[in-house]
Design a protein around this ligand. Structure first.
Ligand code: UDH
Ligand code: NGS
Length: 279
């Protein structure tokens, strides 16, 4: 039971009133505040999270075991804020969850989708997960009712973003945060591995999905510039049209990568991988 039902526009901070620093998520002043690295605060405030970033409820057995997969390169500040905010959020939701930060090694074009597949492949070796939530490192939900759980259909969890004025910019948007049961992720053969650079990989995976209601899926996006190595790739648009013909051969079934390092941090696991470069 959460202490808020529907969130009237500016009052989402009420539910966080006992949380220092993040009460209202005015991200600009917070991100400029270099006095204390939020990771220190996050470690201090989350003693129940076990080393490596796993937590589960103490008084009940969760029905879902959730791997949270974050594609990553050069976004330390975002990651620290994300952890600072999300560990309390996920614990309040009584999640049995683990955090996997999948870091792309090297300088080649970023491939968000392939990193998601690596995250899946590594997480299943680590724990008996049955739900996979793929989340960008710069999006944090604003409402505890937006349950970090899988549903009967693949679920888009971040369609009500502050940067789009809490409106869906186009009907089939499937970026940001998505949740798949293990069964569904296997069924769609994961993401495609062939989307290098920014854009399109999420559109391709857009299938029969569910959306959380827009009231509760309000989320804040950390402001940032486009990253070097992740420039928009206009070729990706053309690939989407051939999605069906590639689907069985391009995805988990064809995934190849090399693990460079596997590091357990206090609040997460980081797996650095060589995923190759575009042909
Ligand atoms: N990511 C990294 N490092 C990179 C690129 C991407 O960690 O170099 C990850 C990260 O988890 C990020 C996600 O991939 O949240 C998605 O990438 P993105 O945040 O660049 O994509 P988004 O669509 O933003 O959110 C696009 C850039 C818009 C810049 C507009 C400036 N006005
Ligand atoms: C579309 C991209 C998607 C992306 C969406 C929203 O144009 O991958 O914008 O991006 N599709 C293509 O490039 C084909 S956002 O404005 O949130 O950064 O998710």
């Amino acid at each position: 039971k959460f202490n808020i039902s529907l969130i009237p526009s500016d009052s989402y901070c009420i539910m966080f009133k006992s949380w220092p620093c993040f009460q209202c998520f005015t991200d600009l002043p917070l991100l400029k505040n270099k006095v204390l690295d939020p990771i220190e605060e996050a470690i201090f405030q989350n003693p129940d999270v076990s080393f490596g970033g796993h937590s589960k409820p103490k008084n009940c057995t969760a029905l879902q075991r959730i791997a949270i997969i974050i594609p990553f390169r050069n976004r330390e500040t975002h990651l620290h804020y994300w952890l600072f905010y999300m560990h309390p959020f996920l614990q309040k939701q009584q999640g049995d969850y683990g955090i996997y930060v999948i870091e792309q090694h090297g300088e080649s074009k970023f491939n968000r989708a392939k990193l998601m597949n690596v995250g899946y492949a590594e997480a299943v070796k680590d724990y008996d997960y049955n739900c996979f939530i793929f989340s960008d490192v710069d999006i944090i939900p604003l409402d505890l009712q937006n349950l970090y759980r899988c549903s009967k259909k693949p679920k888009h969890m971040a369609h009500s973003l502050d940067k789009f004025n809490f409106r869906l910019p186009y009907k089939n948007l499937f970026g940001g945060i998505v949740a798949f049961t293990k069964e569904h992720y296997l069924k769609v053969n994961g993401f495609s591995n062939t989307f290098w650079g920014w854009g399109g990989e999420d559109d391709e995976l857009f299938q029969s999905i569910e959306r959380a209601s827009s009231n509760i899926s309000r989320a804040r996006v950390f402001k940032h510039k486009r990253d070097r190595g992740n420039e928009r790739n206009l070729q990706n648009v053309h690939m989407i049209y051939k999605a069906k013909s590639r689907m069985n051969d391009d995805g988990l079934s064809s995934l190849k990568y090399t693990v460079i390092s596997f590091t357990k941090h206090r609040l997460y696991k980081k797996i650095t991988v060589d995923i190759g470069s575009p042909p």
